[in-house]
Ligand binder design. Structure first.
Ligand code: 5AD
Ligand code: SF4
Length: 471
């Protein structure tokens, strides 16, 4: 055990990176690294990077410029600061990062975090280290679990990676290259991890994976589906809410759809990216489904859980996308009625088939379509939020709000809800009546009854009712 040093980890991109960053901090804690929220104090800075779009990757280099100056200032004071780049940019660019940003000491690929103590030891002895091999050992089982104190500090809603990598090869996407082939963690390990989280006060767990509903981890009697895993986790004392993300429409299995009907802990909210409403573009993207297939899945989901809130990702300006293709996407948004969505301009990624396709769409057209798409999503989201006005549903309180006496929690549909409530309610679920809605959050008051079970979510409310007229 060495003396205490300060660690600053910054996550870019998806929730899987947030989870990985926590596990890196957990793995470095026994080495004497204590997390700091301030980069100026850090002895070791880890940037956990995202390569999904060009803009995301470029952010890393501008951040590295800033950190290099901090490193130089610290060196002038006789203090050594180490800089590590982890995540998908590290995986994709490897040694190129050290060439472009020589202040970087360590480049560590997304499958190698369990080796960090050893890699940092080598850096401390003066080497520059690049480790982006896909190792044979399983990083998840080699990574240290969080301490109870670390879990408490991270709050009552936690992420757990259950699946990583992807075999779908959508033609725009780098994930199959940066995160590799799809793997699922064994059931027993996940159960153990969630039990630990529950013991430390976690009440809501979101299972994450790039293609989470393709989960097929080893169970005691052969491979388990995600639905079986979710049902098992719902039995753990203290786990009151479960979610999972991100799902591919093709892997929306019958048992998982049924779980949305049968399992009260499974929250009525699902991120189900469609990317485009045009069958021609979906085919060019290698999504392997049509818009009709997607709508059929949505219909089955809503038959199982009528109030299900759906969110999606959209890409505008994929190669070959015409105004007509785009118009069909806008129609699909109206038809589904989303509670929110992320939207992106297509960004050609080196090494993916899309980058070499003819008919790349001009930047100006992409920007214009993105504006229209976002307006359609905002309208859909506003309608969904308006549909919540006056309703009473259970809210899990997560942390103090911006103003004194206020708490922020989550609705079953994942909206943030601001409520005047005593601090002691953090970590508990209470019934809240929605009194006001804004673009991105709801406002409410504690309902007369604090017995959330009595008010539950009204599963018989039909989604179109919820979305409300005028959408
Ligand atoms: N360009 C733009 N958006 C992309 N996404 C993935 N790859 C690209 C790309 N090359 C989006 C998809 C995906 C989300 C995580 O990021 O919509 O669902
Ligand atoms: Fe990327 Fe998702 Fe397609 Fe996999 S399913 S290639 S992660 S967009």
């Amino acid at each position: 055990m060495t003396s205490s040093r300060k660690l600053y980890v910054k996550s870019f991109g998806c929730q899987m990176n947030v989870y990985d960053s926590q596990r890196m901090a957990d793995t470095l804690a026994p080495e004497g690294y204590v997390e700091t929220a301030s980069v100026e104090d850090a002895d070791l800075v880890i940037l956990n990077t995202c390569h999904i779009r060009e803009k995301a990757a470029e952010k890393v280099y501008s951040e590295l410029g800033r950190i290099r100056r901090l490193k130089e200032a610290a060196a002038a004071d006789g203090r050594r600061v180490l800089i590590a780049v982890a995540g998908c940019v590290a995986q994709a660019e490897g040694a190129e990062i050290v060439r472009r940003a020589p202040a970087v000491d360590l480049v560590v690929g997304s499958q190698n975090y369990h080796r960090l103590p050893d890699l940092i030891g080598r850096v401390e002895r003066g080497d520059k280290v690049v480790d982006t091999q896909f190792p044979v050992e399983d990083k998840f089982e080699a990574l240290a679990p969080p301490s109870v104190a670390a879990t408490r500090a991270r709050g009552v809603a936690a992420f757990v990676t259950v699946q990583e990598g992807c075999d779908k090869f959508c033609t725009f996407c780098v994930v199959p290259y940066t995160r590799g082939a799809e793997i699922s963690r064994p059931v027993e390990r996940i159960v153990h991890e969630v039990e630990r989280l529950a013991d430390a006060g976690v009440r809501e767990v979101t299972l994450i994976g790039q293609n989470v509903n393709a989960y097929h981890g080893a169970g005691p009697d052969g491979p388990w589906s995600l639905a079986r895993l979710v049902a098992r986790l719902a039995q753990i004392d203290g786990i009151e809410r479960l979610r999972y993300t991100t799902s591919h429409p093709l892997d929306m299995a019958d048992d998982l759809i049924a779980a949305h009907r049968d399992l009260p802990q499974l929250m009525p909210q699902l991120h189900l990216p469609v990317q485009s409403g045009s069958d021609r573009i979906l085919a060019a993207m290698n999504r392997r489904h049509t818009s009709t297939d997607y709508l059929a899945v949505v219909e089955r989901l809503r038959a199982a859980r009528p109030d299900l809130a759906l969110t999606s990702d959209f890409i505008v300006g994929f190669p070959g996308e015409t105004e007509d293709d785009f118009a069909v996407t806008l129609r699909l948004i109206d038809e589904v009625g989303y509670s929110g969505a992320f939207s992106f301009k297509y960004s050609p990624r080196p090494g993916t088939p899309g980058a070499d396709m003819a008919d790349q769409v001009e930047e100006a057209a992409k920007a214009e379509r993105l504006r229209r798409l976002q307006a359609a999503i905002d309208k859909s989201q506003a309608a969904f939020n308006r549909g919540c006005l006056g309703r009473t549903f259970p809210v899990l309180f997560e942390r103090p709000g911006r103003y004194d006496g206020q708490l922020v929690g989550r609705s079953p549909y994942l909206q943030p809800v601001q409520v005047e409530a005593p601090r002691g309610l953090i970590g508990t679920i209470a019934a809240v009546t929605v009194t006001e809605v804004a673009a991105n959050s709801l406002f409410g008051t504690l309902a007369e009854t604090t017995d959330a079970a009595q008010v539950g979510v009204d599963a018989n409310l039909h989604a179109p009712d919820l979305i409300g007229a005028g959408a």
